[in-house]
Structures are given as C-alpha cells and as structure tokens.
Write a protein that binds this ligand. Structure first.
Ligand SMILES: Nc1ncnc2c1ncn2[C@@H]1O[C@H](COP(=O)(O)OP(=O)(O)OP(=O)(O)O)[C@@H](O)[C@H]1O
Ligand SMILES: [Mg+2]
Length: 303
C-alpha cells in the first residue's frame, strides 16, 4: 500500500493563540475521501469566536468539501468538527443529522452556486428559512390554519425579522418580486439575509464575492463587518477575491490539494512562500528557493 503523502511542516503563527483560546469551531483531523480521491486530508484548524476566518486555496483545493462536512451535506470519512455554543455547550457536528445542524447548532451557510427559490418572492425566501420556529408554533398540526395566537405571534416575528434583514441588505423595495428576477449581486445578498434569518452562531459563506463588481464587493465587506459587529456572528468565509480576504479577515487558513499549507493572520499568510507557490503553481524545489529568497530579503531589511 502506498504510504501517505508527507504533511508540510507549518510554522507556528504568533497569533494562533487568539483563535485557539476561544474557538467557535474546532476542526480536528478532518478527512473526506471520495473513492480514491482525498478531497480533504487530515485538516485541523480553529475559527475564533467573533472572528472572520477565511478558507482559501486554488480551485479544487477542498474548500467547499470542508463546508459540506461542517454543514452536514457530507459525513466526513474521519475527524471531528466541534461547535462551541455561546452557553458553553459543545456539539459534534459530524454526529448530528444534516437537517438539524442549522436549527440545533445554529450554523448557517450560503452556496457557491446560488440556491434560492427563484419562483418565490424575496420575502417568501426569508420566511421559508424560518420554517423551524413556525412549525414549532403550529404544534406540528393545524394551529397555523386555525389562526392560533401562538402561531400568529411567531409569524409576525418571522416577518419582522425578514423585513429587518431586507432593509439591511437593501432589498426591501424588492420584497414582493420573484427572487429569480433579482440581479446577481442582489441574489447573493439575499442568500446572506436568508442565512442570517436563522440567527446563526456561525455563518459559512462560500464565495460570496464571486461575480460581484468592485463596488458590490466593497459593500459586501461592509455588510460582513456589520454582521460580525452588530450580531456577534462568527464568519467562515471561502473567497478567491483577495481584496475581500485581506481587507476583512482576522485569520486565514490555506488549503492546497486538501491539505493545510498555511494558517495565520492575513499578513502572515500573504508572505508565506508555500501560499505563493500554491497560487503560482510552483513545485517543492521552487518553494525552497522562494523561502530562501524571502529569508535573504528579510535579513537584508532587518525583519
Ligand atoms: N461529491 C463529490 N464526489 C466526488 N468528488 C468530489 C465531490 N465533491 C468534491 N469532489 C472533488 O473534491 C475535490 C475538492 O473539491 P471542492 O469543490 O471542495 O474544491 P474547492 O476548493 O471548493 O474548489 P473551487 O475553488 O473550484 O470551488 C475536487 O477534486 C472535486 O472534484
Ligand atoms: Mg468550492
């Protein structure tokens, strides 16, 4: 049998203590295999509470697969994904049924390829996202149809929450339009609003800036920063747009071929020769050369 590929030696990040001491998400030795393909290979990382943590890497690196494991779309082949809730309780996400991860663990996500109910109105999309509290208020029977007070109250709250989010993402004027009629950037904002209507502890965003123009990208940065600040939501972000990653992330984890190759602050990661090599497609010998060159330059400038 072939021996496993050697794991790269990662430098310890001086800032690592920040996200390891108070993590909202603790991923240990996560592996996901599809037949012979190892999409995620022994991945360990933490996302700090209240942090914006970016998961980056070249195409096919395994980023979406990590999200699919965290949000219950895939059962990991190996490993542990622990969510630490605000009340101190802990949940092992890999053991929860996929459909209860949003409701029980308060983990919400958006998709790389937008998944809205395009025939429903913008407002209806946000109400569907809140079906769990509404079902509870209906007693899982006909209480809603009969107009019971508890159901009417829950429905009012759901509409108020949806309206507040539509205002926040500047879509209130389109509330009654079919979601499929919205321009692309607006659909991306609606997906974020839909996820936020479930009041998540952890919001997982898969390439939210994809297809946005520079102005929309800037607005997205502001929206994510305000979600973190006003709601205390921790954010895990997959993104190729480095202006978003470098601007708003507290912590960056880099994957290449399913393996973590770097983990640190945006600045630490940006200067990491392994990351530069992965993005430019340089082989291991070249990495050593780049590393030596970086060290030489650092020695010359005295850092
Ligand atoms: N359900 C699946 N069955 C088989 N292979 C899969 C499956 N899902 C993902 N893969 C493979 O796993 C690898 C990682 O895919 P993934 O979509 O996680 O990458 P990614 O980092 O999100 O890439 P991108 O930046 O292009 O979105 C790829 O080789 C992909 O083909
Ligand atoms: Mg992806």
């Amino acid at each position: 049998m072939a021996s496993p590929a050697p794991q790269p030696q990662l430098r310890d990040s001086a800032s690592a203590l920040r996200w390891t001491s108070n993590p909202v998400l603790d991923v240990r030795h996560l592996t996901m295999r599809f037949g012979g393909l190892v999409a995620v290979n022994d991945l360990t990382f933490q996302a700090g509470r209240g942090d914006i943590t970016a998961l980056i890497g070249p195409n096919g690196a395994g980023k979406t697969t990590v999200f699919n494991c965290i949000t219950g779309f895939y059962k990991p082949t190996e490993g542990m994904i622990r969510l630490e809730k605000t009340d101190g309780s802990r949940l092992l996400l890999e053991r929860l049924p996929g459909h209860s991860i949003n409701w029980k663990a308060k983990v919400a996500r958006t998709f790389q390829n937008i998944r809205l109910f395009s025939g429903m109105t913008v407002l209806e999309n946000l109400l569907v996202a809140q079906h769990n509290p509404l079902m509870l208020a209906s007693g899982f029977t006909f209480l809603g149809v009969l107009g019971a007070g508890s159901y009417r109250r829950a429905e009012r709250e759901a509409i108020d929450r949806a309206t507040a989010w539509l205002e926040k993402v500047k879509l209130i004027d389109r509330a009654d339009d079919p979601a499929g009629d919205l321009p692309y950037g607006a659909q991306r904002r609606l997906e974020i609003a839909r996820a936020m209507c479930t009041e998540p502890v952890l919001l997982c965003l898969d390439e939210p800036a994809a297809g946005l123009n520079p102005r929309e990208s800037l607005e997205l940065n502001e929206l994510l920063l305000s979600i973190r600040q006003d709601h205390g939501t921790s954010i895990l972000l997959i993104e190729h747009d480095m202006s978003v990653v470098m601007e708003i992330s507290d912590h960056v984890v880099v994957l290449d071929y399913g393996t973590k190759i770097s983990d640190g602050t945006p600045r630490e990661v940006k200067d990491d020769p392994r990351v530069i090599a992965a993005y430019l497609g340089v082989d291991d010998d070249e990495v050593e050369k780049v590393e030596a060159e970086v060290e030489q330059v650092q020695a010359e400038v005295g850092v």
